[in-house]
Design a protein around this ligand. Structure first.
Ligand code: PAZ
Length: 347
């Protein structure tokens, strides 16, 4: 385990004091008996998850990259942010042929990453394999190839109406590379994502405590535990397939209270029912005690979001003028997160 739990009860046996001590950030909480039981169940849930789920391939190398990246920017006093992006797969077999997936493309995470870099941040981009990528997302093959001309020596040039846009993306990309502002870490499955989320938040918490975590990935709420999965490809000879998915332990809880105690944590909440969004966002804030929830509804994710903090609630929308000028909602989201974070630091 990566934490120790000490408990002591007060004289009337109702109020407990818990000290959760991990290497770098001791926390103490005063809780009632009911809350204590609930907390212990949650702790057991995610400890069990990590005990039963093998660590991802190349995990140690990824941890080293995370540490080096954080130390590099910390020594230059550059602000760091962790951005998670894309959907997580839920394997049905250990040698995975089939999996359950969700709709997330990774556009939000990729665009968010670019706008944080534009504000001077260094970004750990924890992204789903083959999801939308920062900078690359602007380079549509059709328009790129359509802008290429060849001179008499056979050299290729980019000209025409798209060349200005390509040049500006190229310049941002070049600066990002030169200053080493982007670390890409990939995952595919839900367990890989959770292992890497824990490692990234712990590394930031230790090496760059005043950092942000912006959790835009669409993380499955359901999974098949390792022991319940068949080893090989499920055969159709057995007739119709029925599978039981278990609830994924809520990882925001240890992220906020143990792994990333120093971080400013922003989660996203996706709903399809407008009547549920604000209620769910507020419940998440109360339950996990992080800093900000950005709510969005499936039909309008590219044009409108709702910022919910403990003190406030605000809709952020693209105006018609924004849209005509090609402004993306992620630009407004990042500017708003940046400003809320600065205010938070001041207080
Ligand atoms: O990846 P994308 O741009 O297609 O979609 C972004 C999003 C809707 C997945 C994101 O804004 C979000 O709400 N993520 C959290 C989803 C959730 O677990 O509720």
């Amino acid at each position: 385990v990566n934490s120790l739990l000490f408990m002591g009860s007060s004289s009337d046996n109702v109020l407990y004091v818990i000290y959760i001590v991990n290497l770098h950030s001791p926390v103490s909480l005063e809780v009632t008996e009911k809350a204590l039981v609930c907390h212990l169940q949650e702790v057991m849930g995610w400890e069990k998850f990590f005990q039963e789920t093998p660590e991802p391939v190349n995990f140690k190398d990824k941890c080293i990259s995370l540490e080096q990246f954080c130390q590099f920017h910390k020594s230059r006093e550059r602000q760091l942010v962790l951005v998670t992006s894309g959907g997580t797969t839920v394997p049905l077999e250990r040698n995975t042929v089939r999996f359950v997936d969700n709709f997330s493309s990774g556009t939000r995470g990729a665009a968010t990453t670019e706008y944080f870099i534009a504000l001077g941040y260094a970004v750990i981009f924890l992204n789903r394999e083959k999801s939308v990528q920062p900078f690359e997302r602007h380079l549509n093959t059709e328009s790129l190839f359509g802008s290429i001309t060849e001179d008499s020596d056979g050299n290729l040039c980019i000209t025409g109406p798209n060349s200005q846009k390509i040049k500006s993306v190229y310049n941002q990309y070049k600066e990002t590379k030169t200053k080493n502002l982007l670390l890409k870490i990939t995952f595919l499955s839900l367990p890989e994502y959770l292992w890497l989320l824990r490692a990234a938040s712990q590394t930031l918490n230790t090496h760059a405590p005043e950092s942000l975590a912006v959790l835009a990935a669409a993380v499955s709420d359901f999974f098949i535990p390792q022991d319940d999965m068949t080893e090989h490809k499920i055969q159709s000879g057995g007739g119709p397939l029925s599978v039981t998915l278990q609830i994924v332990p809520k990882m925001l809880k240890p992220l906020v209270s143990i792994w990333g105690t120093n971080l400013y944590i922003v989660s996203f909440k996706l709903e399809t029912d407008p009547n549920q969004l604000q209620k769910k966002a507020r419940e998440a804030l109360e339950r996990y005690k992080h800093h900000l929830v950005v709510g969005n509804l499936l039909p309008t994710i590219r044009v409108c979001v709702t910022f919910v903090t403990r003190e406030s609630e605000e809709d952020v929308k693209l105006t018609e003028e924004n849209r005509q000028n090609g402004v993306e909602i992620e630009k407004l989201i990042v500017e708003k997160i940046h400003s809320l974070y600065k205010t938070y630091l001041k207080h």
